[in-house]
Design a binder for this molecule. Structure first.
Ligand SMILES: [Ca+2]
Ligand SMILES: [Ca+2]
Length: 466
């Protein structure tokens, strides 16, 4: 049965050849498929061109994505086509070409096979399109940020290659991890380092911590960090998520304050610690850590898993005698930290735009209490030991983080949660920037009326809190 041509107006009409007969063949010769157009995958169609003369109807040229306009050269020796592809708002392509006509035979078996293949590809393309739309929604791709700046902001020295995680230990002593290389996000070739900064010192000058000689600095790729103070001797233990060759392991150091150095104590690897993001130490050799992905291969992490978008991320408890998954069902568990009384754990689900409050049980499992919506893609969590407030470095538009266009940079947002254990937690945006000052904030922490903001791959900023 004849199918209506999509171009219902006068476009493409040629009175000499007539229109009706041509369109009777349309259903036989047009179908959808997908193709790559430049760097974008698009839903397009391809079709055959029909030419008709009295007593001779045959396909004379084929293989177009969507044959459209047709006309002849002045010398009548060539047929000129212009056709447009791209049914997707992401891209528009236009191609002009001159074709030499020659009859082409197409049998029905070939046609059937091509139709089937094309339908499968079209279905996959439609699914991919739906997944991309879903990812854009989850990453708040359409969100435009209104600036909400703080006074007297200055950048910290030596930290131009990221400061993904920061934690304040005591008396204004902060540790900073820098130089993260993370699949799908910008990074530098500079090896990872750990800095400390004294927030009581008005100069706010970060100092690179000396690393032990037996530690391989070339493959040091530090990510989330957590400090644990042993109450027996006041020693500070620094737990660092490390990704050598994009694998996951935890490095445990002891901080030597006198000469600003770290002593490497242990490297912890385990099959359940496969895609680590952040960590919170609960003893000198025990911790909770988040696995932010289900897969560990970087391509699956960067491309496949965001498109699948399943709640396959989890939290693992580790001690030398007991390793287990203690909480799961996150879309992308990221920052993790503990309440000052050590009874509760907080986990930020960056792609679900919330933070979860969980209660620690005697066997170190975690029982969900509630979640608090944040309206942003929040990364690491720091907890004010005095007030119990949560401070979160957030990505206001995660899509811009993936795309990393210098002309449209990802912004930064700092969110504070007060009274999280009450029936009415108070969520406040404390700082926001559209990327002109600071891109990709991943952590925020306060000390002495100052707000310290760290980023995944950009600089670190310190501002006065109003
Ligand atoms: Ca952390
Ligand atoms: Ca993180």
């Amino acid at each position: 049965m004849a199918r209506k041509h999509p171009n219902n107006g006068s476009e493409g009409y040629n009175s000499r050849w007539g229109r009706t007969r041509l369109y009777q063949h349309w259903s036989e010769v047009s179908w959808a498929t997908s193709l790559r157009c430049g760097r974008k995958t698009l839903l397009c169609s391809f079709s055959l061109h029909l030419i008709e003369c009295p007593k001779d109807v045959k396909i004379v040229s084929k293989g177009y994505y969507m044959a459209n306009g047709i006309n002849m050269s002045p010398d009548k020796r060539h047929i000129l086509y212009m056709w447009q592809i791209c049914l997707n708002t992401m891209c528009m392509c236009s191609i002009k070409k001159t074709i030499h006509l020659a009859p082409v035979k197409v049998n029905r078996f070939q046609m059937g096979k091509l139709v089937l293949i094309s339908l499968v590809i079209a279905a996959l393309s439609a699914l991919l399109g739906e997944r991309i739309l879903n990812l854009r929604k989850r990453t708040l791709a359409s969100r435009e940020l209104v600036r909400n700046h703080l006074p007297n902001c200055v950048t910290l020295k030596h930290l131009s290659h990221g400061s993904e995680d920061i934690t304040v230990v005591r008396d204004g002593l902060a540790f900073i991890s820098t130089g993260l290389k993370y699949p799908g996000l910008p990074g530098s070739d500079v090896p990872g380092k750990i800095y400390s900064v004294d927030l009581q010192d008005p100069r706010m000058k970060p100092v690179e911590l000396r690393m032990p000689r037996n530690f391989d600095l070339d493959i040091f790729n530090p990510h989330g960090i957590s400090a644990y103070i042993d109450t027996n001797d006041d020693e500070i233990y620094l737990f660092v998520v490390n990704h050598p060759q994009h694998k996951s392991q935890v490095e445990v150091f002891r901080f030597v304050e006198d000469d600003h150095s770290l002593v490497h104590l242990n490297t912890i690897k385990h099959e359940l610690l496969y895609s680590l993001n952040d960590i919170v130490a609960v003893g000198v050799d025990s911790f909770y850590a988040t696995n932010d992905h289900y897969f560990s291969h970087e391509i699956f992490k960067a491309v496949v898993e965001p498109l699948l978008f399943q709640p396959w991320s989890n939290v693992v408890y580790y001690s030398p005698k007991d390793v287990k998954i203690v909480s799961e069902g996150y879309y992308m568990a990221n920052g993790i930290n503990m309440s000052p009384d050590k009874r509760h754990i907080y986990v930020a689900d960056v792609l679900d735009h919330n933070v979860h409050l969980l209660e620690r049980k005697e066997d170190n499992t975690l029982a969900p209490v509630k979640s608090v919506a944040l309206g942003s893609l929040c990364d690491n969590i720091e907890v004010d030991p005095e007030t119990g407030d949560l401070w979160l470095g957030c990505h206001p538009n995660g899509w811009k983080m993936f795309v990393s266009d210098p002309n449209d940079p990802p912004g930064s947002e700092v969110i504070r949660i007060q009274k999280i254990h009450s029936d009415e937690p108070v969520v406040t945006q404390v700082y926001a920037d559209d990327g002109q000052v600071i891109m990709g904030s991943s952590v925020a922490t306060t000390y002495g009326g100052k707000l310290l903001i760290g980023t995944v791959f950009h600089k670190a900023l310190v501002c006065d809190l109003k």
